[in-house]
Ligand binder design. Structure first.
Ligand code: NFS
Ligand code: SF4
Length: 638
């Protein structure tokens, strides 16, 4: 296949190089996508119900096909809403189970039972403990950590009251509105259980009632599960600092042992990075003919070790099979989420060993090495050793040369600290920039890759359009990796792509126009940043007053649905593409894209064209700017 024919599949030149040689690369998700052909419109539009075993029932499509109702009488709206909030619950569960594991690791560390772990940022831990109302004076750090971790676990299984963070962090009027609507979760598990119950056959049939519970469930992700993963992760593994690194398949090294960590949880990958620096193992690598050991990441694990260790990023979601196809990956180490089962079969064409490590995620044919925090360092060393021993088994190696510099590691605590020589976190420069009309607002562009759209293309088009219009962009997940590969995460990108006002802010603060905030659970950093913007003053009273917007331009998984939901529930305008599976119900579609705004201040739009979607986000920011009576934009159209 000539390279020119791969451009529909991916905008990434390294990926194009690999896909242009199918004889070497073998089958990938792109081929399996073609093999699926045209999808069933009922499933695609959310009106196929398989909740009970009288079905599946395929109900009325706007095109005039299908029965009016399911066997039980469920309408298209009921069916679409039930399906959608089950996706929300699954997404919330994924982020929250991840957060839960980090809290448990913090507890094991405090009890001295987690091998190789220590509390890397005790200041952050003490700050959290104070925020949570715990006593911190003259107490040993492990005591505080233990009490904090136990309190953290309670956020998951609490059975009455409210999760803690909304009242602690969100602006009061936003919290009051959530309370008025009954949207504050009791506990993470409580809401997930209730979603599964409500969507069981013959329970909740009111689509509005279902969607509102979906919003409540999603808030348990953004304001508990994911927020705990970020906060406790920062205390345990260290809070990120701005860091330079590189991204794309070209970071793999021909003459070094390459270990690619793929998945989501930082507990294992942190240890593997540590083990790769072990002098004994480095010596063994040299004995096998390798010059060193490289640990690079795919998907959100990549973002975790990039943010905290500056480790190079091999790629985003659709790069997982392509990385193996370089022939240079000695071990592909996976934990949970976004791991294609096809990796095992695919890797068999090369010499790559796929190692699964979580009891929750095994793949037939993979080597399984159970990871457990009590023996973390030993397991990590064993994995590194396996990779070293596999190095001499390499066959044909052909690594694309593409790699790009990037800056990552931004957080609520560090983004605006360096201004004017003051080392204090203050959002003043950001708020002032918006108030004066240098900056139009802030957009969060996040989420996945999907074979339903050209890899990375929508991310790039949307982000370029936003920054050209003086919108500061914050990114996480595979979206951030997409833009990093294209060079948008470098300070130099401001001069090339940003509007004049954004350029001035970037120069004054010393930041790129696109800020990498981390993995997908780190979207919680964005929520906290929005709270800080309100606290700083001048931009309204509730989160929904802010000139902000969100987008997932290449969304793929249930976690993205959950994130979209908690952003809308938190008051944001969110463009989600490809559309959520609700278009078969005009009522549900209208509720999500219009009516929600009156209730929570945020709403969805499902525009697939990334430039038009950016236009809608900009229009929303303009509307908010007008409501706040802010000055006209200094250099671009208001
Ligand atoms: Ni987010 Fe991360 Fe990527 Fe999507 Fe998967 S890695 S948690 S889900 S595909 S961005
Ligand atoms: Fe059909 Fe109702 Fe059963 Fe769904 S719950 S499969 S609509 S009978």
């Amino acid at each position: 296949m000539p390279k020119s024919e791969t451009v529909d599949r991916t905008a990434d030149t390294a990926a194009q190089t690999i896909l242009a040689n199918p004889a070497l690369c073998g089958e990938t998700a792109f081929d399996r996508h073609d093999e699926q052909g045209k999808r069933c419109p009922f499933g695609d539009q959310g009106v196929c119900c398989r909740i009970c075993d009288m079905g599946p029932c395929r109900v009325y499509l706007p095109a005039g096909r299908g029965a009016k109702r399911g066997i039980c009488g469920a309408t298209p709206a009921t069916i679409a809403a039930r399906h959608l909030i089950r996706q929300v619950a699954a997404g919330v569960a994924a982020h929250s189970d991840h957060g839960h594991d980090i809290v448990k690791t913090l507890l094991a560390t405090a009890e001295g039972k987690a091998q190789g772990f220590s509390i890397k940022n005790p200041d952050r831990l003490v700050a959290l403990a104070k925020e949570w109302g715990l006593k911190t004076d003259s107490r040993p750090i492990n005591d505080i950590a233990k009490e904090l971790a136990v309190a953290g676990l309670n956020e998951f299984n609490q059975q009455e009251g409210e999760i803690r963070y909304p009242a602690l962090r969100a602006p009061k009027p936003t919290v009051e509105n959530w309370r008025r609507l009954g949207l504050i979760p009791v506990g993470v598990e409580h809401e997930i259980v209730e979603t599964l119950h409500r969507t069981h056959e013959g329970v909740d049939a009111d689509y509005k009632n279902l969607i509102m519970h979906g919003l409540r469930t999603s808030l348990a992700d953004g304001w508990a599960g994911a927020m705990l993963a970020t906060d406790f992760g920062d205390a345990l593994f260290g809070t990120p600092q701005p860091v330079r690194s590189q991204v794309n398949l070209g970071v793999l090294k021909k003459d070094e042992v390459n270990i690619v960590v793929h998945g989501h949880e930082p507990t294992l990958s942190e240890m593997v990075v540590a083990a790769s620096r072990d002098p004994e193992l480095l010596k063994l690598a040299r004995e096998k003919g390798a010059q060193g050991i490289l640990v690079g990441g795919i998907c959100c694990t990549a973002n975790e070790i990039l943010m905290r260790q500056g480790a190079p990023v091999v790629g985003n979601f659709l790069h997982q099979e392509l990385a193996v196809a370089t022939g240079a990956v000695d071990v592909m180490l996976v934990d949970v989420q976004c791991i294609m089962p096809a990796l095992v079969e695919h890797s068999a064409r090369f010499h790559t060993k796929v190692i699964t490590t979580s009891k929750k995620a095994r793949i037939p044919g993979a080597t399984h090495l159970q990871f457990d925090e009590h023996t973390a360092l030993d397991t990590a060393k064993e994995i590194v050793k396996l990779a070293i021993e596999n190095f001499p088994n390499r066959r044909h190696v052909d690594i694309p040369t593409d790699k790009t510099d990037l800056v990552a590691g931004f957080t609520v605590q560090n983004t605006f600290t360096h201004l004017g020589g003051r080392y204090r976190a203050t959002f003043r420069p950001l708020n002032d920039g918006i108030i004066a009309g240098r900056l139009r607002g802030v957009a969060a562009v996040i989420g996945c890759n999907t074979v339903r759209k050209t890899q990375d293309k929508s991310h790039l088009a949307m982000v370029r359009e936003l920054i050209a219009n003086d919108v500061l962009v914050v990114m996480t997940g595979c979206a951030a990796t997409a833009c990093a590969k294209a060079g948008l995460l470098q300070p130099e990108a401001a001069a090339q792509y940003a509007g004049k006002g954004l350029q001035e802010i970037c120069e004054a603060v010393g930041i790129p126009p696109v800020l990498h905030f981390g993995s997908c659970v780190d979207n919680s950093r964005i929520l906290v940043a929005l709270c800080e913007m309100i606290n700083e003053g001048g931009l309204g009273e509730k989160l929904s007053d802010l000139p902000i917007a969100g987008a997932a331009p290449e969304a793929m998984c249930e976690k993205a649905v959950a994130i979209g939901f908690y952003c809308v529930a938190s008051g944001a305008f969110v463009n989600y593409s490809p559309a959520m599976r609700v278009l078969g119900s005009t009522e549900v579609t209208k509720f999500l894209t219009e009516d929600l705004e009156e209730l929570v201040g945020g709403k969805f739009s499902f525009e697939d064209d990334p430039v038009k979607a950016a236009g809608a986000m900009i229009a929303h920011m303009n509307k908010k700017r007008a409501a706040l009576k802010l000055k006209p934009m200094m250099y671009s159209a208001s």
